[in-house]
Ligand binder design. Structure first.
Ligand SMILES: C[S@@+](CC[C@H](N)C(=O)[O-])C[C@H]1O[C@@H](n2cnc3c(N)ncnc32)[C@H](O)[C@@H]1O
Length: 248
């Protein structure tokens, strides 16, 4: 099965539990919504990876009346979950890496979906091309410091974690000339590392990096024990802000 199908299946299966575990995702959506500022008039908006609609709801509340929002996600189950509560938003199942929309858009927004993309630089370039002349791309994604404590505990045992290789701020900024990127790390406390793993399952975010070989149950138990109780886990949230007028 392709990685994309595995990712879609995991998120589809988690649509009903996602918001019970979405502490970092709420924080990231709030951070992004806080950057929207005041728009002079209605905006044409494309949202990517809308999930259950955490960011979509914030866009509806923050944007001027008359704005047209098209919210999209790879998972049809997520799209169904989000659309149930938002009758005035248009929804579509769409792979953000192959957007089948014409544009132009005044705003393209996405919160914590881009870390699942296969070709992030290529996708950012394609999305920038869908912006209106004064359009803006605003997204949050995960950065290199994400789950540092979990990765350290693996290293101490001489094994590799399945955490994907996320970019640092400079590497993400270099993917889209003209973009500004800042890191806002959020450290959350979990009862223990098992609870952290269960929360990833509830989110549908358990798919490991490509080629990762799963650890034995004994190794996982040792890592969980080594991390103690309670345990702190950092989500390194990167915010990318690109205005087409600043682009090349
Ligand atoms: C962590 S959730 C974030 C959802 C929502 N934006 C939020 O802030 O809660 C990631 C979402 O991205 C979607 N996703 C993953 N890869 C995608 C892709 N290539 N195109 C569109 N959506 C994708 C998943 O289906 C999932 O709903």
């Amino acid at each position: 099965m392709s990685r994309k199908k595995i990712i879609t299946g995991a998120f589809s299966a988690a649509a009903s539990t996602y918001e019970t575990a979405a502490r970092a995702q709420v924080w990231a959506a709030d951070t992004l919504a806080g950057r929207l500022g005041e728009a002079a008039g209605p905006l044409r908006v494309l949202e990517l990876g809308c999930g259950t609609g955490l960011l979509t709801r914030r866009l509806v509340n923050a944007l001027p009346a008359g704005s047209q929002i098209l919210a999209t996600d790879l998972s049809p189950v997520m799209v169904q979950a989000a659309s149930a509560a938002l009758p005035d938003v248009a929804f579509a199942v769409m792979d953000a890496e192959a957007p089948h929309v014409a544009g132009p858009f005044d705003l393209i927004a996405s919160s914590l979906a881009a870390q699942w993309f296969t070709d992030l630089p290529g996708t950012l370039a394609r999305l920038a091309g869908l912006l209106a002349p004064h359009g803006r791309l605003l997204l949050t994604t995960l950065g290199a410091g994400t789950f540092a404590q979990w990765k350290d505990a693996h290293r101490a045992l001489g094994v590799e974690s399945g955490v994907p290789d996320y970019p640092g701020t400079a590497a993400l900024a270099a993917m889209l000339p003209g973009a500004r990127v800042e890191s806002s790390p959020l450290t959350l406390s979990y009862k223990d590392a098992r609870t952290f793993l269960l929360s990833l399952l509830a989110l549908g975010a358990q798919t490991p990096k490509p080629g990762h070989r799963p650890l034995s149950p004994g190794q996982v138990r040792r890592i969980i024990k080594a991390m103690g109780s309670p345990c702190a886990i950092t989500w390194d949230i990167l915010l990318l802000d690109y205005r087409r007028e600043n682009g090349p």
